[in-house]
Design a protein around this ligand. Sequence first.
Ligand code: GTP
Ligand code: MG
Length: 320
Amino acid sequence: MIKCAGCGVNLQSDFPDKEGYTKDLNNKYCERCFNIIHYNKYLKVPDKDYSQIVKEIDLKGDLILLVTDFLNLYNLDELDLHSPVLLVMTKADILPKSVIKEHLLSKIECKLNVVDKIIVSSKNNFNLDLLYNKILKYKKSNNVYVIGYTNAGKSTLINKMVKNYGFHDGEITTSNLPSTTLDLIYTKVNDNLTLIDTPGLLDKGSMIMKSSKEELKKITPKKEIRPIIYQIKGKQILLIDDFFRLDLEDTNIICYMSNDLNFRRIYKDKPCHLKCYDLKIEANKDLVIKGLGFITFKKESYVKLWLVDNTRYLIRDSIV
Ligand SMILES: Nc1nc2c(ncn2[C@@H]2O[C@H](COP(=O)(O)OP(=O)(O)OP(=O)(O)O)[C@@H](O)[C@H]2O)c(=O)[nH]1
Ligand SMILES: [Mg+2]
């Protein structure tokens, strides 16, 4: 069977509604990848559980690159991996200047068998030489698996590694739409290294899973995040687009999320169709809205949090 070079599924020309469809089996890419590459066309997210693939990879004991990014530094322990893990925080180019990289790395805690941690950017090549050397140092065989949640930047990273340390350009499809990669993709970088891309894990509580193409554009930061600081006196309401509302009183907060979102402060209550949670948040904690970003609370606060149905939040020790 010939596989699609973009997403890894078997190419087929019989079922237009199924994965891997192409009119001509000589094509390199399936129609879905063609549409993503040329039109960034939004497609229904496959309702699949990719965690089984990760479990099977873990049994091999090879080195795993666990890829994540600044706004999605959570859920790592839920992966229950036993293989050696090289934790890769990518998209360093979106990190606010005020965030000290070493400090951030030391704050990322997880119970996995993490042999090393590194911050990189595929976009501007930051630290990729160091990453390559670390991969060579820790790999158990020539096969190194790249796993993580959807949209973390796994495929973009592999394409960049092939370009930098191999003999050809990477050809895996990448996009800000969830579930771009659909199956394992073996990419031989050179005689010492094969990077294996995997379908991103899906977190049903993440905004990424529910957003339209236009919303995804807004919530995905494309450049350095400028943290927004609010010193709230009395009662105020913070609205962020139509996704999210916070009712606050006498507190200080810092918002870390895409600056393409529309932040508004209002002083009078108004009807809201979102789901409401009453929270007590201690000082120096982050309120994480899955898939969107996080808000750091500098002092103990009582807040009402309003979210789109099925989007989940969590509270953690502040990482900044
Ligand atoms: N700013 C920035 N964006 C990046 C970087 N790497 C990836 N991205 C963007 O992140 C989004 C997701 O990238 P992908 O490489 O497709 O992510 P993935 O982890 O392979 O996603 P799935 O295949 O769905 O699991 C795309 O919009 C990329 O352009 C980076 O270093 N910096
Ligand atoms: Mg991918």
